[in-house]
Design a protein around this ligand. Structure first.
Ligand SMILES: Cc1cc2nc3c(=O)[nH]c(=O)nc-3n(C[C@H](O)[C@H](O)[C@H](O)COP(=O)(O)OP(=O)(O)OC[C@H]3O[C@@H](n4cnc5c(N)ncnc54)[C@H](O)[C@@H]3O)c2cc1C
Length: 458
C-alpha cells in the first residue's frame, strides 16, 4: 500500500490560530479559572492504542471516553488545553446543532432527524452529568434555560419550530408571549420567544479544564505545546510526528477544528473560519435589575450575534459581530456596547472589563463532521457555534466506534465534507452576515414602528 503522509514537517501547522491571539489572552474566563497543572510536551516515542490530536472539548471528550473503556490514549495539543473556542465561548449548553432542525429534516427525513435530535440531547446531558459526577470546580452551571427572543413581531417561523421540536421531535421547548418576555428582559426590542427550559450555561474554560482532569483521572495522558506535524496513515500502526517524539497508534482522532491547517489541508479547507467577539462588562450593580431579571442564556438572532448572559453576579457577558477575517477584539468594543445600549438603554454607560475573540469552524451545512476518514483515522470537527453539547456527543460516539465498533457515527454520513470555498467563500459569508444583519435590523425597526402605531402585539 502506498504511504500516505498528511502534513509537512517544518511548516507552520496552522495558518489561522496565529491570528486568534496568544494562547494566554486575558479573558473573564482566564481571570476566574481554577488552577490547572502545566502539562509537558512529548519528548520520546510513545506507543498507544489511540492518539487524539487537539485539546479542545472534542478531543478531551474522546480521550476521556476512550480511557474510561480501558484503552490507552494520548492527547496532544499544539498550545494549551482549550486555549481557543473551547475555553473562550459564551458557555451556553443547548440541545440541537448549528444547523436548524427544519433543514436537517429536509436533508435526512423526519425519522433520522429525530435520532439526530436525540443524540444532541444526549450531548447536553453528557455535559450536565459529567459536571455533577466529577464535581469539577468553578463551572457554576446555571440551570435557567435558554430564551431565543424575536426582534420582529412575526411569530410564524418560531411557532413552526416549537411544533417541530416540541411536538414532533419530542424535545422540551415552549413559546413565550411578548408580555412574559418583557417581564424579564425589559426591552421594547423584544417580542415573543422560544424557551428551552433544560438548557443551561457554564464557565466554559473551567468545564474544559475539568474535562482534562477527568480524562487524566481515567488514565489518558495529555501533552501540551506538542503540535502534530505530520501523520502517516498507512499501515496497521499510524505514526504521528511531533517536534520531539513520535506516537504510534492503532487509531488517530483528528479533533483540531479549524486549526488543523497544513496537517490535513483538505479537511481544513472544509471549514470556514469565523471570528466572534466576546466582552464582559464591569459590575453593573443594581442597574442590571432594571434591564434583565432572567438569569438564563439569551440569544436574539440566528447569527453569531447578541448572545448574552449574566456572569459573576452582576456582569453582562455579550457575544457578537462575527467576521470571516480576524480583527483585534478591541476594535469591536464600541459596536458591542452600542448593541447593548440599543436593546437596554436603561443600563446607561457600559464599561468593558474584558474583550476577546474566539475562532469557530463552520462547515457549509452547519453540521458537525463526525466519522472515519480512512481506516482508523477519525474526524471530530466542524461544531460551529453550537459545540458544547455536540463535542460531548461526538466524543462519546467516536469513543464507542473505536472501542466497541458502534456505528452511530454513520448518522452523520449524509453531511459530507464540502469545500468551504476558500477566500471567496469567506468573502461571500462576510457579505451574507452584513446583509443578514441589515435585513434583521430593518424588520426589527418596522415591528417596533407597527407596535408604536397600532399598540401591543401578543
Ligand atoms: C466566541 C465563541 C462563542 C461560542 N459560544 C458557544 C456557546 O455558547 N455554546 C456552544 O455550544 N458553542 C459555542 N461556541 C462553539 C464552541 O466553543 C466550539 O464549537 C467548540 O469549542 C469546538 O471545540 P473543538 O474541540 O472542536 O475545537 P477547539 O476548541 O478549537 O480545539 C481544537 C484544538 O486543536 C488544537 N490543534 C489543532 N491542530 C493541531 C495539531 N496539528 N496538533 C495539536 N493540536 C492541534 C488547537 O490548538 C485547538 O486547541 C462558541 C465559539 C466561540 C468562538
Amino acid at each position: 500500500m502506498a504511504r500516505q503522509v498528511l502534513g509537512a514537517a517544518g511548516r507552520p501547522i496552522d495558518s489561522v490560530s496565529s491570528t486568534s491571539g496568544p494562547a494566554t489572552a486575558s479573558t473573564w474566563y482566564t481571570d476566574t479559572a481554577v488552577a490547572a497543572p502545566a502539562r509537558g510536551t512529548v519528548t520520546s516515542d510513545i506507543d498507544v492504542d489511540v492518539c487524539v490530536v487537539g485539546g479542545g472539548l472534542a478531543g478531551l471528550t474522546v480521550a476521556r471516553e476512550v480511557a474510561r473503556r480501558g484503552w490507552s490514549v494520548v492527547l496532544i495539543e499544539a498550545r494549551e488545553i482549550a486555549w481557543n473556542a473551547s475555553g473562550r465561548n459564551t458557555g451556553f449548553v443547548l440541545p440541537g446543532f448549528a444547523c436548524d432542525m427544519e433543514a436537517i429534516v429536509k436533508r435526512v427525513g423526519f425519522d433520522d432527524a429525530k435520532v439526530l435530535w436525540a443524540l444532541s440531547e444526549a450531548g447536553l446531558e453528557y455535559v450536565r452529568t459529567t459536571i455533577r459526577e466529577t464535581g469539577m470546580p468553578g463551572v457554576d452551571p446555571v440551570e435557567e434555560g435558554w430564551l431565543k427572543v424575536a426582534k420582529s413581531d412575526n411569530a410564524d417561523d418560531d411557532l413552526a419550530t416549537v411544533r417541530l421540536i416540541g411536538q414532533d421531535l419530542g424535545g422540551q421547548i415552549e413559546g413565550w408571549p411578548v408580555e412574559r418576555v418583557r417581564d424579564v428582559l425589559k426591552s421594547n426590542h423584544y417580542f415573543h420567544a422560544v424557551y428551552t427550559p433544560h438548557a443551561f450555561h457554564i464557565h466554559a474554560l473551567n468545564y474544559a479544564l475539568g474535562l482534562a482532569a477527568a480524562a487524566e483521572a481515567a488514565a489518558a495522558r495529555i501533552f501540551e505545546n506538542t503540535p502534530a506535524l505530520s501523520i502517516d496513515t498507512a499501515g496497521v500502526r499510524k505514526r504521528v510526528v511531533t517536534p520531539s517524539g513520535r506516537l504510534r497508534a492503532d487509531h488517530v482522532v483528528l479533533a483540531g477544528n479549524v486549526h488543523l491547517g497544513n496537517l490535513v489541508p483538505r479537511i481544513a479547507g472544509t471549514l470556514m473560519p469565523v471570528w466572534t467577539y466576546v466582552m464582559t462588562t464591569k459590575p453593573l450593580g443594581g442597574r442590571l435589575e432594571s434591564a434583565i431579571t432572567y438569569r438564563g442564556a439569551v440569544s436574539d438572532t440566528d447569527l453569531a450575534d447578541n448572545h448574552y448572559r449574566i456572569v459573576g453576579g452582576d456582569r453582562l457577558m455579550w457575544t457578537g459581530r462575527a467576521t470571516t477575517w480576524p480583527h483585534d477584539a478591541k476594535r469591536f468594543a464600541h459596536a458591542l456596547t452600542t448593541d447593548i445600549r440599543e436593546v437596554y438603554p436603561q443600563l446607561g454607560g457600559i464599561e468593558i472589563e474584558h474583550i476577546w475573540t474566539g475562532l469557530i469552524g463552520n462547515s457549509l451545512h452547519r453540521m458537525p463532521q463526525i466519522g472515519e476518514l480512512s481506516t482508523r483515522i477519525w474526524l471530530a470537527s466542524g461544531f460551529g457555534g453550537h459545540g458544547i453539547n455536540t463535542t460531548a456527543m461526538a466524543g462519546d460516539i467516536i469513543a464507542r466506534a473505536i472501542t466497541e465498533g458502534d456505528d452511530t457515527w454513520r448518522r452523520f454520513v449524509p453531511f459530507e465534507l464540502v469545500w468551504s470555498g476558500g477566500a471567496i467563500g469567506r468573502a461571500a459569508a462576510q457579505v451574507h452576515y452584513w446583509w443578514y444583519r441589515h435585513n434583521e435590523r430593518t424588520k426589527a425597526k418596522q415591528a417596533r414602528r407597527r407596535e408604536a402605531e397600532y399598540g401591543s402585539v401578543s
